[in-house]
Structures are given as structure tokens and as C-alpha cells.
Design a protein around this ligand. Structure first.
Ligand code: ADP
Ligand code: ASP
Ligand code: MG
Length: 409
């Protein structure tokens, strides 16, 4: 019915100051002239969300998550109201809304809530009146109408979920780069922009650190086949289409290299080497909702072994506490943490059928004397843990090794 709706999301850097908000308003108006109905999703201005989190920590190092959500959801409310004002000043009818007002209902898990349903009635009513609808990204409400947020980068999820719920013809993600590249263009200046990328590839890249899209939002897009165009809010250049199948005749073996500096490693020493111990350690950690990523267990010679695993940095203090408790329980030794790590990954669906990629990655790092502390693989990615200060160099080396600047995008 309403295939004319376009959802446009503008990220934090695109609305970082009043000039940029005015620029976004002009852009929206230029689209409107083509006779489209537009729903706009905005992020908080610039680094507002980080600043609000810092502020909270100054008041209370361990704030309740409910109150964090009350606080950090305000950033998006500011930018959405300002954008509405910028449009009004130019003579256009626009109306801004919070998540509650546009019926974004989530579960109760504060700071990482899942969207359960969206009641689009109000948005449709306002669109029918000819208004530009502006929605504060990143937020919803739970059944009790308490404000929840959707995880960092969650305005992407708001936009994609709305595009699905409104049966929009496209979801446009406006950001501060021209699209999705073979690596973060800030780290690898010669990285190449991809004309298109599959949901699977960008999902893996985003999960492994490519901040350009929130990983969770891609899961939703993939499930409901929402077409996405990632492009710049500062130029008119075509960006990158995220699709279920690319038009490439043969899939690229590698699509991208990513870097994540948000991980930490925990090591438990002198773990007794007997059945059931790993189950005990990781059972306890997963019961607390902490995701363990890579695991390495050294070969045991004297009946005990050292066990290392990686987790998200944000879970570190919780995970250390749990690891110390289990270590005591099972008579293991010292527990230590290492935040001085980075994860470098190569991603590509073509890797499924193409041997030798892992060896190429290891060789490239070895040639530059970069030590690999841990390795993990999936069928479409290979990751290495290296020292944090070598992470960016590792990305450049691997990008060069596989000649990704020459990729047929
Ligand atoms: P926004 O505020 O618009 O949501 P983000 O900062 O979340 O923007 O995401 C855009 C940033 O993602 C870029 O500035 C870029 O540095 C980074 N990035 C990381 N990996 C990639 C990649 N492969 N392609 C493009 N950008 C990437
Ligand atoms: N402002 C939120 C964040 O910084 C959501 C977003 O920008 O997508 O994570
Ligand atoms: Mg983002």
C-alpha cells in the first residue's frame, strides 16, 4: 500500500551541531520535492551519548540501568526536536516523537532492549496529513512504559525496524563516510567503497567491529529483507546497498578487514585438568548473560592448565568477579585480565570455498613481526588477537596483503 515511504536515519556526526542539523533539514526538503513520504530517525548530537554516560558515572559509578536509559535517551529527544524546528523555519510541516509516542514497544532489558512490536498508527496519521515525521532513535518503552534503549548504535535498529513496520521502499542510513568500505577508511585510506554487500557479510563485519552499522539492526534487516542504502550526509555520492545477493559474478573471497578494540582477555591459571571444569566456568559466566568469544586452553603436562578467554570490555568487571569465584570453587590459581588487546578480522563469504586465507593472514602478520595471541575462525571469518597498539597496523597489512584496494566491488 504505502511503498512510497522512505525512512532516513541521520547518525550523530550528521547532526553534531546546528549547521549540520540545518544541512539535514535541507536534504530532507530536497527529497520531499520528489513526492515522497519521509520518516526521519535521528541519533543524539555528536558524542552526546558518551558524555551522558560519563556524567552518570561521575554521580554514581554503578548506576541502575533503568536510570541510565532515562538519561541517555534524552540525547535523541534533543536532536529530533531541533530538526523539527529547522524544518518549520523553512516552511515545512514536521513533527518529532519519542519512542513511546510512536509505539515502539520493547522487552524490559534496559540498555539493550529488544523491540517486540511497533504500532505505526500515529506515524501513518501524521504522514497522511502531509507531515515529515521525525523519530528519536535508539529508544522504546517496555510494557510498564519505562524508557528503554536498544544498545549502542541503536538508532540504526530504530530506522530498520520502522522501515519494516511501515513497509518502506528503502531505509537510507546517512553517516559520515560515503558507504561501507573494505576497511574503516580512517584506518586504511586506500580502502575501497563497496557498491553492494550482503546482509551476511556486513553482519559479520559489524559483529567483528565495523562500527558503520549496528550488528543487531542487520539481523532484523536480513530477517525481513529490508533494503538499506548506507551513504554520506555530506555528499550526493551513491553509497553501498545492503542486499541479500550481490550482482558479483563470483563472490569476493574477502570483503573486508575489521578491527575491534572493545575486547578484553581473562586468564585463569592452574585450572585442574578434568572433565566438567570448562562447563562449570563457562556455565557460570553465561548464566550472567556474558558472551564469551574466543577460548584457548593450553596443553596440560602436570594435571593443570591455563585457560584464557575473551569477552566484551564492558563485561570485564563482572566477568573477573565471576572468574575469581569459580577459580576458588575449583581450586584453580590466579585470575588476571588483559585489556591491552585488539581483534583483527578478515571477513568474506567466498572464504567458505577458498583455502589458504588463514595462512595468508598469519604470514602477513609474521612478516611484520606482529605476534598473534589467540585465533578463532568461522566459515566466513578469521580473527586474530594482537596487542592493542598494533591493531591498526595489522588491519593495513592484511588489507594490502589481499589487495583489497583492487577489489571488484
Ligand atoms: P553514525 O554516527 O552516523 O551512526 P558511526 O560512527 O556509528 O556513524 O559509523 C560510521 C563510522 O564507521 C565511520 O566514521 C568509520 O570510521 C567507521 N567504520 C568502521 N568500519 C567501516 C567500514 N568498513 N566502512 C565504512 N565505515 C567504517
Ligand atoms: N546515540 C546512540 C549511541 O551513541 C545511538 C546511535 O547513535 O545510534 O549509541
Ligand atoms: Mg552508528
Amino acid at each position: 500500500m504505502s511503498r512510497r515511504i522512505t525512512v532516513q536515519k541521520f547518525g550523530g556526526s550528521s547532526v553534531a551541531n546546528t549547521d549540520r542539523i540545518n544541512n539535514v533539514a535541507e536534504r530532507i526538503i530536497s527529497y520531499l520535492k520528489k513526492g515522497e513520504e519521509i520518516v526521519v530517525v535521528v541519533s543524539a548530537m555528536g558524542d552526546t551519548t558518551d558524555e551522558l554516560i560519563e556524567l552518570a558515572k561521575k554521580i554514581n559509578p554503578h548506576p541502575l540501568e533503568r536510570e541510565i536509559d532515562m538519561l541517555i535517551s534524552t540525547g535523541e529527544q534533543i536532536s529530533s526536536a531541533l530538526l523539527a524546528m529547522a524544518l518549520h523555519k523553512r516552511g515545512y510541516e514536521a513533527i518529532s516523537f519519542t519512542g513511546l509516542q510512536v509505539g515502539i514497544i520493547t522487552d524490559g532489558s534496559h540498555t539493550r532492549a529488544k523491540i517486540i512490536k511497533i504500532n505505526t498508527r500515529r506515524i501513518r496519521e501524521e504522514l497522511k496529513k502531509g507531515k515529515i515525521v521525525i523519530v528519536a532513535g535508539f529508544q522504546g518503552v517496555n510494557r510498564k512504559k519505562d524508557i528503554t534503549t536498544l544498545g549502542r548504535g541503536g538508532s540504526d535498529l530504530t530506522a530498520i525496524a520502522l522501515a519494516y513496520a511501515l513497509d518502506a521502499k528503502i531505509c537510507e542510513i546517512y553517516t559520515d563516510v560515503n558507504g561501507i568500505y573494505t576497511a574503516d577508511p580512517r584506518i586504511v585510506p586506500e580502502a575501497k567503497k563497496l557498491k553492494s554487500i550482503t546482509y551476511d557479510e556486513i553482519l559479520e563485519m559489524a559483529s567483528l567491529g565495523a562500527q558503520v552499522m549496528q550488528a543487531r539492526s542487520i539481523e532484523v534487516a536480513k530477517k525481513f529483507n529490508v533494503p538499506i542504502h548506507v551513504r554520506s550526509s555530506f555528499s550526493n555520492e551513491e553509497g553501498t546497498m545492503i542486499v541479500s545477493k550481490t550482482k558479483r559474478l563470483e563472490e569476493a573471497v574477502i570483503t573486508g578487514v575489521t578491527l575491534s578494540k572493545n575486547e578484553a582477555k581473562i586468564t585463569i591459571r592452574d585450572v585442574p585438568d578434568r572433565p566438567g571444569i570448562a562447563a562449570k566456568i563457562f556455565g557460570k559466566i553465561s548464566d550472567e548473560g556474558i558472551n564469551v568469544d574466543m577460548i584457548v586452553q593450553n596443553v596440560s603436562k602436570i594435571g593443570t592448565t591455563d585457560l584464557s578467554f575473551t569477552i566484551a570490555n564492558s563485561d570485564l568487571s563482572k566477568a573477573i568477579k565471576l572468574a575469581r569465584e569459580v577459580s576458588k570453587d575449583i581450586n584453580a590459581g590466579e585470575v588476571s585480565a588483559d585489556e591491552d588487546i585488539a581483534r583483527v578480522s578478515v571477513v568474506g563469504v567466498g572464504m567458505r570455498t577458498y583455502p589458504g586465507i588463514a595462512a595468508g593472514v598469519f604470514k602477513a602478520l609474521a612478516e611484520k613481526k606482529i605476534n598473534i595471541e589467540m585465533i578463532s575462525t568461522s566459515d566466513i571469518s578469521i580473527s586474530c588477537i594482537v596487542k592493542k597498539n598494533l591493531g591498526e597496523e595489522a588491519v593495513r597489512i592484511i588489507h594490502k596483503k589481499f589487495k583489497l584496494h583492487k577489489i571488484n566491488s
